[in-house]
Design a protein around this ligand. Structure first.
Ligand SMILES: [Mg+2]
Length: 300
């Protein structure tokens, strides 16, 4: 009878997976990593892609807004670059020293007997460095990151002038402004009647695209209807809601359409979502007897 009672409670549990964004969700915006990231992306656009400095703010805003990430937007409008080179430039100089071990969050996470998975647009290297700095290694079953959703891409533009150029020309590091292959997105939006239609597509798969979220759920074998998705980005929350996830907006004090819960800080999980702990006593034993740890879902 005791077994039946436990089984019934297990069945009534609303969630069986917690899906977490990483940046600005598991640590606060005040660390300065997001600002550092933006600065490095803009430096990359100037130094590596040769984009005029005067255009950088407008261009990066438009690309981020319309493509999910500036990187996805740069590829869409015709810039060609090595993904690993981009990531190492953008993340290599981040103020990682500002990320301190968070034993409070670690103990909260470890007290929750659910599958726990990271879903980030960043690359695998950044995710593992950040999680290590936060002292959250071993808290997650796996990491879905940039490489999980996007095949490796090396620039088709050679860095070596003496090397024969056997590749299709897609962009130029020396004179990109003369390159008619680059779509003028600033010009596009300066026309009053132009909207998102007519924009070139990006080959990069990332949040907030619903396709990206659905692909991530498939890779990690996650049922959205039994999963709580923690995110600081309003548009990612809204896409997550559209694919059926329960959602938690993190780092904000006001809720938005599409958010089932709102937390000013990830440390407030217990107060804001007490039902997560209600099933703890019942399921603890069962989960740890059956859970199989997995490293990452990186497929690239
Ligand atoms: Mg984030």
């Amino acid at each position: 009878m005791e077994y039946e009672g436990r089984y019934k409670q297990f069945q009534q549990q609303k969630f069986d997976c917690l899906l977490f964004d990483l940046d600005d969700t598991l640590y606060p915006l005040s660390t300065g990593l997001a600002a550092g990231c933006l600065k490095n992306i803009q430096d990359y656009m100037i130094e590596k892609l040769g984009i005029q400095e005067s255009k950088i703010t407008d261009l990066s805003n438009l690309l981020y807004k319309n493509y999910g990430t500036t990187m996805a937007g740069l590829r869409a409008i015709g810039y060609d670059f090595d993904y690993d080179d981009y990531h190492s430039f953008v993340h290599g100089r981040l103020p990682y020293d500002n990320l301190k071990p968070d034993p409070v969050l670690r103990s909260l996470l470890l007290s929750l007997p659910y599958r726990k998975v990271i879903f980030t647009n960043a690359d695998k290297m950044h995710a593992s460095v950040a999680l290590k700095r936060l002292g959250l290694e071993g808290c997650f079953e796996g990491i879905i990151c940039f490489e999980s959703l996007n095949p490796t891409h090396k620039s088709t533009v050679s860095d070596d002038d003496e090397e024969d150029d056997d590749f299709e020309f897609m962009g130029s590091k020396s004179s990109p402004s003369n390159n008619s292959e680059i779509f003028d997105i600033i010009g596009h939006f300066s026309e009053p009647n132009n909207g998102m239609s007519g924009l070139p597509k990006t080959p990069i798969v990332c949040k907030p695209s619903e396709t990206a979220i659905e692909e991530a759920l498939k890779i990690a074998n996650i049922n959205p209807h039994r999963t709580l998705f923690f995110e600081d980005s309003v548009r990612n929350i809204q896409s997550g809601k559209r694919v059926g996830l329960y959602t938690v907006l993190v780092g904000k004090s006001q809720s938005v359409k599409g958010a089932d819960y709102v937390l000013e800080n990830i440390h407030n999980m217990r107060e804001a979502i007490p039902e997560l702990w209600e099933a703890v006593k019942v399921t603890n034993e069962a989960y740890y007897n059956n859970g199989v740890p997995v490293e990452t879902y990186v497929t690239a």
